[in-house]
Design a protein. Structure first.
Length: 177
């Protein structure tokens, strides 16, 4: 079975080099979602690593509700969180994100800021947006707090899981006809 991870990060900018506020991730397959990872990151540690804060993005965060806004305070040092994520990620086969050109790229930059390598290879990246735009994509109601990295990752994983299961069902029906 393919070991898939859905990743979502919250940041204080839209470009590589932006401070990462939190990381949420979940393992999933066609049968559903499984083990999760969630950590908040100290903004001070991001700044010390040379990551930046974009004023417009910070203003956007400050306009969010309390639960989403709470992510901006506290957190663990960036290097420790990235090390923990790498351990949790292990040897997964695929990393999914909405979209890899954002989440994966910004997280790769954070890894490099603390002299570490990301635990995935570029060819393992998969795009949630692509599969969720297919006509057969599952329609899953969002549960949780929007802009909470783990809640977003779980929702996205549920959509992909159900979509892949539906595609497999269609394929099986076609093969048996």
């Amino acid at each position: 079975m393919t070991d898939r991870v859905m990743l979502d990060i919250e940041t204080l900018g839209l470009e590589p080099g932006a401070s990462v506020v939190s990381i949420g991730a979940v393992r999933f397959d066609e049968s559903g979602v499984g083990d999760t990872f969630e950590r908040s990151i100290s903004l001070t540690s991001c700044q010390r690593a040379g990551l930046t804060i974009d004023a417009e993005t910070l203003e956007w965060w400050l306009a969010q509700d309390g639960e989403a806004l709470d992510q901006l305070s506290g957190g663990d040092p960036l290097a420790r969180v990235l090390e923990a994520f790498s351990e949790w990620y292990g040897d997964a086969d695929q990393i999914w994100a909405n979209s890899p050109s954002f989440d994966c790229e910004l997280l790769e930059t954070a890894y490099h800021a603390v002299d570490r390598d990301e635990p995935w290879m570029f060819y393992e990246e998969r795009d949630f947006r692509t599969i969720s735009s297919l006509p057969v994509a599952a329609d899953v109601e969002f549960e949780g707090v929007e802009h909470d990295a783990l809640d977003d990752a779980v929702h996205q994983a549920e959509v992909v899981s159900k979509t892949l299961a539906g595609i497999e069902e269609i394929r099986a029906r076609g093969e048996s006809a």
